[in-house]
Write a protein that binds this ligand. Structure first.
Ligand code: FES
Ligand SMILES: [Fe+2]
Length: 362
């Protein structure tokens, strides 16, 4: 098994991020939001797939659609935030698009010879849902979402969670001073849990024989049973008996903590080679107790703060330029090995070592 990590230059190099945009983020399924944001015909929300701005709409025929949120005129973002509109009007020169993406009107268009709005529309991307979760894929040729998710919906159901019965409670957003891959890799191992997450490790059994790691295709899974008498800041008893932490290639984290039905889901997106943006949508049962939710969220935020400190320091180390690559633990970090292999394959080679010796990403 590969124990040499990806070259650390891949975490700082602009050309690698550019290659990742084209070869990873423009051709994979990514979580952008939830159906509650587009419940009514005429509603829309914005998000992104890697660095590609996306707008998801529910058009007047009740159909869910998604487009690159970039005006075909001069490239302004057509939609901002989320809301309800009869049409999407670009804020730069007021070109107006229907929620079906078609250009309806452009000021002074009638005075432009050969200008036909019917020939212009927003660039469509694929959109699909799993329960309340909305995914997009900029690649119109990519196979359907269910091929990416594979067994994941069943696994989540087996944890005692019916995703359709959950309600979105809130979204938590953050930016981190670390390459997006460092944030993903930190999510993909619990080798650091005993060292860095005392409250998490007091609740979940993170010892190697109890804590299970499984990678299959696009989905990497970590299953952590509740410790006997597991203690921490919230009451972890309930239908969900063991934590499930899933990662869906290339950048989606899904968490279910032990306790009553709960799930958080959200992507880790690159901003620059040294900065990432992520959000987590927190979902709970409709009748969940608000004070229990508050305690769980406080617990989770504490773990998140511990992880932020780790990845930001790692980014500084990795970007120092003094060391070429790291040494992975093939057993404890098998999900990182899987992830790095996917990155290397996507970027055009199956062997990171070969890639290290002078690959360029023009
Ligand atoms: S860039 Fe959108 S109308 Fe000009
Ligand atoms: Fe962590």
């Amino acid at each position: 098994m590969e124990t040499r990590s990806l070259p650390w230059s891949w975490y700082v190099d602009e050309s690698v991020l550019r290659a990742e945009q084209g070869r990873i983020f423009r051709r994979s399924w990514q979580y952008v939001g939830h159906t509650g944001q587009v419940e009514e015909p005429g509603s829309y929300f914005t998000g992104r797939a890697g660095l590609v701005p996306i707008v998801v709409t529910r058009d007047r025929g009740d159909e869910l659609r998604a487009f690159v949120n970039v005006c075909r005129h001069r490239g302004f973002e057509v939609a901002r935030g989320e809301g309800r509109r009869a049409a999407l009007q670009c804020g730069y020169h007021a070109w107006t698009y229907g929620l079906d993406g078609r250009l309806r009107a452009a000021p002074r268009g009638d005075r432009e010879p050969g200008f036909d709005p019917a020939e212009i529309s927003l660039v469509r991307v694929q959109v699909e849902t799993w329960g309340p979760f909305v995914f997009v894929n900029p690649d119109l040729e990519s196979p359907p979402l269910e091929e990416t998710l594979a067994e994941l919906p069943e696994l989540v159901a087996s944890a005692g969670i019916d995703v359709d019965a959950l309600r979105v409670h809130h979204r938590s957003e953050s930016e981190l001073d670390a390459n997006w891959k460092i944030v993903c890799e930190n999510f993909l191992e619990c080798y650091h849990c005993a060292v860095a997450h005392p409250s998490f490790s007091a609740m979940v059994d993170v010892t190697p024989d109890a804590y299970r790691l499984e990678a299959s295709g696009a989905v990497s899974t970590q299953l952590g049973p509740l410790r006997e008498n597991g203690t921490n800041g919230y009451d972890p008893t309930g239908e969900v008996e063991r934590g499930q932490f899933h990662f869906v290639w290339p950048n989606l984290a899904i968490n279910m903590l032990p306790g009553r039905p709960n799930l958080s889901i959200g992507p880790i997106n690159p901003v620059t080679p040294s900065r990432s943006a992520r959000f987590l949508d927190y979902l709970f049962a409709a009748d969940a107790d608000e004070s229990w939710i508050e305690e769980l969220v406080a617990f989770d935020s504490q773990v998140g703060a511990e992880d932020r400190a780790l990845v930001e320091v790692v980014h500084r180390g990795v970007s120092s330029g003094a060391i070429e690559h790291g040494r992975l633990m093939a057993e404890a970090e098998q999900l990182i090995v899987h992830f790095q292999r996917q990155v290397a394959e996507a970027l055009g080679g199956s062997n990171p070592t070969v890639q290290a010796s002078g690959a360029t990403f023009a």
